[in-house]
Design a binder for this molecule. Structure first.
Ligand SMILES: Nc1nc2c(ncn2[C@@H]2O[C@@H]3COP(=O)(O)O[C@H]4[C@@H](O)[C@H](n5cnc6c(=O)[nH]c(N)nc65)O[C@@H]4COP(=O)(O)O[C@H]3[C@H]2O)c(=O)[nH]1
Length: 860
């Protein structure tokens, strides 16, 4: 969009064409003048030639008379010859001497030679006809010639008379009145012709002189015009050259502004910096008086100044510019540009109606032109670039092009900033993800190492102790498995908040993934570390409301001290881990400091786990079977499958040692599965062998029990091995129900529905509540051997065992006592009406063949 611009001045080329035209005129006038002059010359020449010819007629006539008279007077023959020659020449019978008009017939040389060279022989009358004489003149001359010819005859007659010696008569003939009349008759037409030629020549010369004067005037005028045009053309050329020079300078200035703009883009780190630079460059290099960049405030529908530069920036103080077409401040160049989406060039700021609202204000700063160029981001107008100049029509095509190009560059830069911003955000995100745990916002493992290293370095320099606590939630996996990961994650976030509240300035807590948190506490001794651990356990032990769930969790904490337990993060972590492992082992929900013994245990644990990974594939495991006997009948009614493991390196490892390692490492899933299949297969084999039927009891760890597909899997194994479910009993520990009683009940129901029996192993050592026990679909309680061991001596154990048997009976459950080694124990159990027993008193766990032999005996 544009406001009007003044029309352009005539160009140098117009003058060049006009000058060429004038030169043409000068040439034509000059040629015309030359032509007129030539015509005058020709007329004069014609008059001269006519005069000569007429004169020749007169002269020859005179000469003939003179020759005839001289001959008559002297009798000299020479004159008669001259007379003949004159006639011969005039009639074209003899060559005409050159310059015949000047010939005097008396200048004949003594030797009778002619003094002049002769030319062609042409009759005088022919010459006269060729001399372009007028017809009436020719007629007069012909008449004169005729008269002269008649007189020639008289001359000849007189000369003949003289030859007849009558000189007197001859003289009279040449001098009488008739002769004179004849002479006069010749001269009259000649005179008339002369007059006619004179008159005609004069008239022609006069007419041509007029033309010549006209030509002269035309020549002078056109020459003057040419001079004027050349002068003005030269002035224009100079002006244009200066203008071109100025333009070149201006354009190069503008381009240097553009180049500055590009440099600004390269150098600027953000929008604000770029806008400032652009405004400064367009003023410093682009010939503008002032420039500003305004951004659209969408909420207020107004333009706010983002950057400005130049003389008169005070103009912008409290400047009102809006985009509202209904308000006067919204109908200015910016408003117009916004609505059309086009740049608006206001070439006469002080008189343009669209700037009326700001005229008074702008006049104070001398604005004569202004522009509003939209700035776009992703195609949307986000603001305006507004340069001001103190000359009208400041925005010619070149300036417009430049400003538009600058604007495009700014938009390009904005796009780059956006890209850079996205990249930086991505970098920050990557950095964040690399150093922080997304779920809790706590530092992650890598950040922990970095920060912990710094804290330990501080401790080293300050010679102060520091504590590293490793906290692991107990049975957190159960929450994930039963309530889902969303609840688990929410609980972790909540816990992270609570844990952070325990920290002093300078302490740090990190999440290592899963449910493990690490605390690094500089300047802390072991006493303070115990306090912190207690506090943490308290905090965690409080109930946590997550959605509809009211959750209670506990944690195990291992503590390693700097510098006593280690000097570097890795060592301290390892040792805190070992301490925590011991807490887990000892029943969880507690804290412990690292000790050297723990380290050994931890190392042993690691060794076991590593070896366990290859135990099955290296066929290092086998299953033994311990008989279970009915106290009533004394017959073997069942067998407990017990796993055995030995390796060349470790020798025989007790299940009490490797089973917990397998559970903690998750290897129990595959190992337990293998045991189940072995036991089921063995039971089927014994059935097939026709041995007395028995129930095969298989230990199932809590980890196995929590597997979602357990019931289906067990049923599948039974089906594949062909053993009816009533021949299998799964020994569950009380622990299976601690975390999620409802889930445990559901699993037990599913197993029960498939006809699979369940017993509770080690009853009395765990935390099963009787209310739960009622709901469990178990049919047997196994009294833990720790109670059985001392029943013959320890009254308390006796009471406990009796109570368990009674309680089981009241619940309709069968009881079995394990670890029965002596007759006394057996007797006491029988007294208490315990149903079954298992122990060394009957048999140690036996390999299949030996068990088979024992069973065979029973058959006998
Ligand atoms: N002192 C003494 N001990 C007796 C007597 N009678 C039996 N025992 C031992 O008592 C343990 C009974 O198994 P448990 O309570 O289920 O306790 C088992 C069981 O919890 C676990 N275990 C063994 N095999 C497996 C298995 O295949 N899967 C799972 N999950 N756990 C198993 O390891 C524990 C230890 O197993 P074992 O060392 O085989 O130890 C067995 C057995 O050898 C006795 O009269 N005196």
């Amino acid at each position: 969009m544009k406001s009007p611009v003044r029309p352009p001045q005539p160009q140098f080329f117009s003058y060049l064409w006009a000058s060429t035209g004038a030169l043409l005129l000068v040439t034509v006038a000059f040629l015309f003048y030359v032509w007129t002059e030539k015509r005058i010359d020709q007329a004069n020449e014609l008059r001269y030639a006519s005069h000569n010819l007429v004169e020749e007629l007169r002269q020859s006539s005179d000469d003939l008379s003179r020759m005839a008279r001289t001959y008559v007077a002297t009798g000299d023959i020479q004159y008669r010859k001259h007379h003949q020659e004159i006639v011969a020449i005039r009639e074209g019978r003899m060559p005409r001497p050159r310059n015949y008009e000047n010939v005097y017939w008396d200048l004949v040389l003594a030797d009778d030679r002619r003094p002049r060279a002769s030319a062609a022989a042409v009759p005088l009358m022919q010459l006269m006809r060729e001399a372009k004489l007028a017809p009436e003149e020719l007629a007069l001359l012909a008449a004169a010639k005729n008269e002269s010819d008649k007189l020639v005859l008289v001359d000849i007659a007189a000369m003949d008379v003289r030859d007849a010696h009558d000189a007197m008569r001859a003289t009279t003939m040449l001098h009488d009145a008739a002769y004179h009349r004849a002479k006069a008759a010749i001269m009259r037409p000649i005179g008339e012709v002369n007059d006619s030629v004179e008159r005609r020549t004069r008239l022609l010369v006069e007419a041509t002189s007029l033309d010549a004067n006209l030509a002269r005037v035309a020549f002078m005028c056109s020459a003057l015009l040419l001079v004027v045009l050349v002068w003005r053309g030269k002035r224009k050329l100079d002006a244009e050259r200066i203008a071109a020079m100025n333009r070149t300078q201006r354009v190069s200035r503008l381009y240097s502004a553009l180049s500055q703009c590009n440099q600004a883009i390269v150098r600027s780190h953000n929008e604000a910096e770029l806008f400032e630079r652009i405004c400064r460059d367009v003023v410093s290099y682009g010939g503008m008086q002032m420039a500003w960049i305004g951004l659209i405030d969408r909420e207020l529908d107004r333009i706010t100044v983002a950057a400005s530069y130049g003389g008169g920036v005070e103009y912008l103080d409290e400047l009102e510019v809006s985009l509202d077409a209904g308000a006067p401040e919204g109908r200015g160049p910016i408003g117009l540009s916004y609505r059309t989406g086009q740049p608006y060039w206001c070439q006469d700021y002080q008189h343009a109606p669209e700037t009326a609202y700001w005229h008074a204000r702008g006049a104070r700063y001398g604005w004569a032109s202004s522009a509003a160029i939209p700035l776009r981001r992703n195609g949307d107008i986000i603001g305006f670039f507004a340069p001001y100049a103190n000359a009208v029509n400041a925005f010619d095509q070149e300036v417009q092009n430049l400003l538009l190009e600058m604007t495009l560059d700014i938009e390009f830069a904005l796009k780059n900033f956006d890209r850079e911003k996205v990249r930086q955000q991505a970098d920050q995100r990557v950095h964040y993800l690399a150093h922080y745990d997304v779920l809790t916002g706590l530092p992650n493992r890598s950040q922990l190492h970095e920060r912990a290293r710094q804290l330990l370095e501080q401790a080293r320099v300050n010679r102060t102790p520091a504590a590293l606590l490793m906290l692991d939630l107990d049975h957190f996996k159960d929450i994930n498995d039963t309530l889902g990961h969303t609840v688990g994650d929410a609980l972790l976030s909540e816990l992270a908040l609570r844990l952070t509240s325990c920290l002093r300035d300078g302490d740090m807590v990190a999440r290592l993934g899963g449910d493990e948190f690490i605390f690094v506490m500089p300047n802390m001794n072991s006493g303070e570390a115990s306090d912190v651990a207690r506090k943490l356990l308290d905090l965690i032990g409080q109930s946590h409301t997550v959605g509809v769930h009211d959750l209670r969790v506990s944690a195990s904490i291992g503590i390693a001290m700097y510098p006593d337990d280690g000097h570097d993060v890795e060592t301290l972590l390892q040792r805190a881990d070992a301490a925590m492992f011991q807490v887990k082992r000892a029943g969880r929900q507690d804290f412990r400091f690292f000790t050297a013994a723990m380290q050994q245990r931890a190392a042993r644990h690691l060794q076991l786990v590593n070896a366990l990974r290859y135990a099955l594939e290296r066929e290092q495991m086998h299953v033994v079977y311990q008989p279970q006997v009915s106290l009533k009948t004394g017959r073997i009614i069942g067998a407990e499958a017990l796993l055995r493991w030995s390796t060349p390196e470790l020798g025989v490892v007790s299940p009490g040692e490797f089973i917990p390692a397998a559970e903690e490492s998750g290897l129990i899933i595959s190992i337990g599965d293998w045991v189940l299949r072995q036991a089921v297969r063995q039971a089927r084999a014994w059935l097939d062998a026709g041995l007395p039927s028995l129930v095969m009891a298989v230990n199932l760890s809590a980890v196995q029990f929590r597997a979602a597909d357990l019931p289906a899997h067990v049923a599948q194994v039974l089906y594949e091995e062909g053993l009816p479910p009533e021949y299998l009993e799964l020994e569950l520990t009380e622990g299976v129900a601690v975390q999620d009683p409802q889930g445990a009940i559901a699993t037990m129901n599913a197993l029960h529905d498939r006809g699979i029996r369940m017993s509770i192993d080690d009853f009395g050592t765990g935390f099963s509540s009787l209310s739960h026990l009622k709901k469990f679909k178990v049919y047997k309680l196994k009294i833990d051997q720790s109670f059985v061991r001392d029943i013959s001596t320890d009254a308390e154990d006796k009471a406990i065992v009796a109570a368990i048997i009674n309680m089981a009976r009241s619940l309709g459950l069968t009881t079995i006592a394990e670890g029965v080694e002596t007759v006394e124990q057996l007797e006491f159990l029988r007294e208490q009406h315990c149903d079954e027993m298992q122990g060394y008193h009957i048999s140690k766990p036996l390999p299949p063949q030996e068990f088979e032999a024992l069973l065979s005996k029973q058959r006998d």
